[in-house]
Design a protein around this ligand. Structure first.
Ligand code: DGL
Length: 282
């Protein structure tokens, strides 16, 4: 795929015009989606916003998630011209999209569990959906299953501990496989173990190695990262986004509260290309 950037030759200088993409999550899970988008749009300007003051979303009522997401984006658009927003959080995407699409003029891409592709992949007809407790309980998720997987057995497993483990891993804290086995245990004792696992939380691709280690080797994993990146690419391509910015700005991260925990994340953010972190309280 060719990157949709426009090169303008101006006398001796070259100006690169590129879109600004806002990626939103409650925590580090959004980085798994960012990684896939950056593969397709390496020269885009990225803002990674994470609501660490509201984390974890998987344990919050829908109204609070809707209000926090809306307020943070509203603050960001005062300072930055945004071309597209990715709600890189399954838990939020299952509830916030209608309100955001009603209020903001730019395209808003959600991330929802990859049930449909999992149906095409499963060989034994048993799919495991690993997500936050909020996502497994949402009507949106049940509707996806009814629509796309009516003939499959779909086993739902909601875990907030796994979300914390992903955060701990990125903070270089020790994490133990025994804890993963314990979380996955309800699936290991089933008569038919799921052969296809949907990672329905953006934090979970960061734990793929550990999850693979405690599940049978025949299990295949699927997440929504690549599909979301392709959707972002095609929307920007269709809109022929041509920014008026003279050069690509440096990528920035935005959090919602400053504390020791987030200060320690700065090295990780820098490794992902976010050299600056700002705090927007909501
Ligand atoms: N990363 C979010 C998701 O995809 C959830 C994390 C949380 O519980 O805050 O659902």
């Amino acid at each position: 795929m060719q990157l949709k950037t426009i090169m303008l030759a101006e006398k001796d200088s070259v100006m690169t015009l590129s879109p600004t993409i806002l990626i939103f999550d409650s925590g580090v899970g959004g980085l798994s989606i960012y990684k896939e988008i950056r593969q397709l749009l390496p020269y885009a300007h990225f803002i990674f916003a994470f609501d660490n003051a509201g984390f974890p979303y998987g344990e919050k009522p829908a109204e609070q998630i809707i209000s926090r997401t809306y307020r943070l984006i509203e603050k960001i658009v005062v300072h930055y011209t945004i071309d597209l927003v990715v709600i890189a959080c399954n838990t939020a995407s299952t509830v916030v999209l209608p309100k955001l699409r009603q209020h903001f003029p730019f395209p808003i891409v959600g991330v929802v569990p990859a049930i449909k592709p999992a149906v095409a992949l499963t060989r034994n007809g048993v799919i495991g959906l690993l997500a936050t407790r909020a996502t497994v309980n949402r009507e949106y998720t049940h509707d996806l299953i009814r629509r796309f997987a009516p003939h499959c057995q779909v086993e739902l497993l909601g875990s907030s501990r796994l979300v914390e483990l992903a955060e701990e891993k990125l903070h270089s804290k020790p994490i133990y496989l025994s804890e993963f086995s314990e979380i996955i245990l309800p699936w290991l004792t089933l008569a038919k173990i799921p052969d296809t696992i949907v990672l329905g939380c953006t934090h979970f691709p960061l734990l793929k190695f550990e999850l693979q280690s405690v599940l049978p080797a025949t299990c295949q994993f699927i997440d929504s990262g690549v599909a979301v990146a392709q959707r972002v690419y095609s929307l920007l391509d269709k809109l022929s986004i041509t920014h008026t910015k003279p050069v690509i700005e440096s990528n920035i991260a935005i959090c919602t509260c400053t504390n020791d925990y987030v200060n320690k994340l700065d090295n990780v953010l820098a490794n992902y290309g976010f050299m600056t972190r700002l705090t927007y309280k909501i």
